[in-house]
Design a protein around this ligand. Structure first.
Ligand SMILES: [Zn+2]
Length: 134
């Protein structure tokens, strides 16, 4: 009778139920997290400003490449994909803006200091769920 030696029956039953509960809870939490990341408030967009002046406004719902031109010369390229905005090319010497990760949450920004280009998300999703995911 090795079973009785492993411990009281009550403790074993509790342990099994506990594991099932944790598994179900984890699955539910994962689904909640996924659905939260997929859903974005309608009308989310990025606002591009150059040297403090408004350059343009683009919906995050439409995938596109936006060349940002200063005096007819393309200085930065902003790419919108999967409802995020990412600086994919720039002619600035440091390329810090290109290294910044894609943005999608409200008020997140990508800044190109040498070109004085600022890209900011407006009207995006609540950042609560996103913060947990990070
Ligand atoms: Zn830059």
């Amino acid at each position: 009778m090795r079973r009785s030696a492993e411990g009281p029956e009550v403790k074993k039953r509790f342990g099994r139920n506990d594991r099932i509960f944790i598994a179900v809870f984890a699955a539910a939490a994962a689904m909640l997290l996924l659905s939260g990341r997929w859903r974005l408030a309608p009308g989310a967009r990025v606002v591009v400003t150059i040297d403090g002046e408004r350059y343009g406004e683009y919906s995050l719902d439409r995938e596109q490449e936006i060349p940002i031109r200063i005096d007819g010369v393309t200085t930065n390229v902003l790419t919108i994909r999967d409802q995020t905005a990412d600086m994919t090319w720039a002619d600035c010497p440091d390329r810090l803006c290109v290294q910044q990760k894609a943005i999608s949450g409200e008020n997140e920004t990508i800044v190109c200091l040498p070109n004085r280009v600022v890209v900011q998300v407006a009207g995006g999703k609540e950042s609560g769920l996103d913060t947990i995911a990070k």
